[in-house]
Design a protein around this ligand. Structure first.
Ligand code: BGC
Length: 413
């Protein structure tokens, strides 16, 4: 057996996102979509994991397990419930969360936007509206003024490229199709806009949306930095795009559109958040499903932990800035598969470090079993299980495995 140690200040964390765990985020566009008749969301988020009230116990548990980083998001719709109207009570809530991390010697990494937007932003045209970047930057600035002294590092926007990725890999119909659905029209109507004006973040795929998102990121970085100087970056959903024979040209195109064009755009940032779950194989006729007989996850894509190493290498080569793995994980009922996934993914991180790549941390998605967007509560990514009828937490063996790696700051292969 060989023991591989990590750099002394390496960050070992887990992540959550407000809408997926807090519960009752009733003022954002996702809650609205969840509640439309015949929506594509399989169930509403409801109380989620009630992390909004239970964060003290959850953070204490993460510390006890051995983690030194916790990545969570601030819900814009709570902090700024109406255009220009900020809630001190909600800002104070997040201040208490940050203070709790510090009490437990955990570095808090904050995400300012993780998929959900206030309804008033959606009503103004969401992620295609010219006004959104400035409004987002204003929210980031106000929030940093209130919380900045306690923030360890920040991600402006989670997965700037998620819309194009979901449509390209066939997870979601293109917007033209989606806009025809009665539930979509009903959501737009509730916001007082036309169906084509409704542009929620995870469904924002146009060039205009992409420009709006990247502009929002740039303005947010400036706004945050005008107040405080902690590390700030953006996160990207990166698949390991692989070509099968004859698919090289297409694969190169997809890799550039979904990964590298975004990585080029973040050069100069303090870090880039790499978020990787699987590989994406492309043949001469486009995306290929997992081959017959291979192991697939609860999400329907292939069990492929080696994708992390490949995308860290790609991100480092293209963006040429430090890397933090801000998400990586497995949706599975079988926790032994999660253990295997973690071991192989962490091994990939160790390989990158050995080659001199500047990787600063590894964050597992997710701390808790939680609301997996359109798929509801069925997929289970958590290191900690949640019984939603009692809100009882149960630590899975994979949590102990990764927690022990974190505590030792080393892994034995
Ligand atoms: C997102 C998470 C999501 C996870 C697992 C990422 O795309 O940031 O919100 O739960 O993947 O599918």
């Amino acid at each position: 057996m060989t023991r591989v140690s990590f750099p002394a200040d390496f960050l070992w964390g887990t992540a959550t996102a407000a809408h997926q765990v807090e519960g009752n985020n009733v003022n954002n566009d996702n809650w609205l979509m969840e509640h439309m008749p015949d929506t594509i969301f399989t169930e509403p988020s409801g109380d989620a994991c009630d992390h909004y009230h239970r964060y003290p116990g959850d953070i204490a548990l993460l510390a006890e397990l051995g983690f030194n980083l916790y990545r969570f998001s601030i819900e814009w719709a709570r902090v700024e419930p109406e255009d220009g109207e900020f809630s001190l009570a909600e800002l104070d809530h997040y201040r208490r969360m940050l203070a709790t991390c510090h009490e437990h010697h955990i570095t808090p990494m904050v995400t300012f936007h993780h998929f959900t937007s206030p309804r008033w932003v959606a009503a103004q045209g969401g992620w295609e509206a010219e006004t959104t970047p400035a409004k987002f930057a204003r929210y980031c600035e106000r929030t940093t003024r209130h919380l900045g002294d306690l923030i360890g590092a920040a991600c402006t926007i989670n997965e700037a490229n998620i819309g194009p990725l979901l449509t390209n890999s066939g997870f979601m119909p293109p917007p033209e199709v989606m806009q025809q659905a009665p539930w979509w029209s009903a959501a737009a109507k509730a916001l007082g806009i036309a169906p084509h004006e409704f542009v929620p973040f995870i469904m924002a795929t146009s060039t205009r949306a992409r420009d709006t998102i990247m502009e929002a990121h740039r303005r947010a970085v400036q706004a945050i930095k005008s107040v405080r100087d902690f590390p700030v970056g953006i996160t990207l959903a990166l698949q390991d795009v692989q070509a099968t024979t004859g698919g090289e040209a297409q694969a190169n195109r997809v890799r550039y559109d979904l990964n590298d064009s975004f990585l080029e755009a973040v050069r100069g940032d303090d870090f880039v958040g790499v978020q990787t779950y699987s590989r994406h194989r492309i043949g001469p006729n486009g995306s290929l499903p997992p081959e017959e007989g291979v192991e697939v996850t609860e999400m329907g894509y292939e069990f492929w932990p080696e994708a992390l190493e490949a995308t860290i290498r790609e991100a480092a080569a293209v963006a040429r800035i430090p890397i933090i793995v801000t998400e990586n994980g497995l949706g599975s009922r079988d926790d032994t598969r999660r253990e295997e996934y973690i071991r192989r993914a962490v091994r990939g991180v160790a390989n990158c470090l050995k080659d001199g790549i500047d990787v600063r941390g590894y964050t597992y998605w997710s701390a808790l079993d939680n609301f997996e967007w359109m798929m509801g509560y069925r997929p289970t990514f958590g290191l900690i299980a949640v019984d939603r009828s009692t809100q009882q937490r149960a630590v899975k063996p994979s949590a102990r495995l990764l927690g022990d790696i974190a505590r030792a700051n080393a892994i034995d292969f």
